[in-house]
Design a protein around this ligand. Structure first.
Ligand SMILES: [Zn+2]
Length: 367
């Protein structure tokens, strides 16, 4: 009885290298490919097939299988099968995966180039799908069928945001929560920095209000949390392949400007205005697709204290909270100053969601 092998869900490393060798299910690269003795090169492939290697199992996508059913003899990859062999493949109703896809380990630098689309993925050669050996339980035939999305899909998802220097400043690109250490560039005492790092590492999925003077390392710490959330989302998105965004990071003022422009765009020329990066509907869509919405807000206190801006901010934060998501915000001002600036009601709502209550913390960058 053939067993279906599965790869662990987190098989690419959170240093964005991929995949880590110890996480790849062991495969036997030299395992013999079994094709029933009745089938030979001549009986499998038509004479015109250029890729007629009897030791290489036919590689079919499900679409090819449909083509075989219809036409009986062709697939892509230039392989052309005999009618008899194609008939057997179509007859087979139960393909069991018998080996994990072969995944060469690649280092973090290569993973970055793949993610940024600077090179073609050396694992799947650009098709974004990994094939694995399957065996037909009825016919005993062995063919390659799609097994799962290639890791490059996850890498491209991550680097689309992580590699955008308007989202993550270049100097924080190597930031990783697991290896985070106190920095010489912060004006905060190393001991206090380590205390904060330990808090974040212990509960990386919680909500945080990170506040304190400029230069204390708030953005650095938030980048580490952002990366953690981005990685979790991309890993899930790679399995679901549904292109639903669920992790957002933006400057608070930029986000609210986008909302103002969108709300006042008018009917005559609506195409000049892009929808805001984060909307209530977007947060709901992420949750509906099974993701945990995560909102990262830079410079929360730079939000203008107009009624519209504070109300819209409260609405977004509230929605993420209602969908059991994560909100992390940086700010130069503490709770009391923000309440003074924005008015108790609205500021109180926002800040209690982010920095108080279960799963939410206010962290002062001082001392
Ligand atoms: Zn790939």
């Amino acid at each position: 009885m053939a067993t279906t092998l599965k790869l662990p869900d987190d098989y690419f490393g959170d240093d964005f290298s991929a995949p880590t060798p110890e996480k790849v299910a062991p495969v036997e690269p030299e395992a013999p490919i079994l094709i029933p003795a009745t089938w030979t090169k001549e009986t499998i492939y038509r004479p015109t097939a250029w890729e007629a290697w009897v030791h290489m199992p036919p590689k079919l996508a499900w679409a090819d299988m449909a083509a075989l059913r219809q036409w009986g003899s062709r697939s892509d990859h230039g392989q052309v099968y005999t009618r008899a062999y194609a008939h057997e493949m179509v007859r087979e109703g139960d393909w069991q995966q018998v080996a994990a896809p072969v995944l060469p380990a690649i280092d973090a630098a290569t993973a970055e180039r793949i993610g940024l689309r600077k090179i073609e993925c050396p694992i799947c050669h650009g098709v974004s799908t990994l094939y694995a050996l399957h065996r037909g339980t009825t016919t005993g035939l062995e063919i390659m069928l799609p097994s799962r999305a290639c890791i490059c899909r996850g890498l491209r998802s991550i680097w689309r945001y992580w590699g955008d220097d308007k989202v993550v400043p270049v100097r924080f690109r190597q930031t990783n929560l697991k290896t985070l250490k106190p920095s010489d560039l912060s004006i905060l005492a190393p001991a206090r920095q380590q205390e904060i790092i330990s808090t974040l590492q212990a509960r990386p999925a919680d909500s945080y209000h990170l506040y304190g003077e400029p230069g204390t390392g708030k953005t650095h710490m938030m980048s580490a949390l952002y990366r953690h959330a981005l990685y979790a989302w991309a890993t899930q998105e790679m399995r679901q392949c549904d292109c639903v965004q669920a992790v957002w990071r933006c400057r608070t003022t930029t986000l609210l400007q986008e909302h103002i422009a969108w709300d006042t765009r008018g009917d005559d020329n609506p195409n000049n205005v892009n929808p805001p990066t984060v909307t209530v509907r977007g947060v709901q869509a992420a949750k509906a697709a099974g993701y945990r919405p995560c909102l990262f807000l830079d410079e929360l206190d730079k939000c203008k204290a107009t009624e519209f801006q504070v109300a819209r901010l409260a609405e977004l934060v509230d929605e993420v909270y209602a969908q059991e998501g994560q909100v992390v915000a940086t700010s130069n001002k503490d709770f009391d100053s923000l309440c003074g600036k924005w008015g108790d009601d609205e500021a109180g709502t926002i800040l209690r969601r982010i920095g108080a209550g279960p799963g939410a913390h206010s962290v002062e960058f001082a001392g």
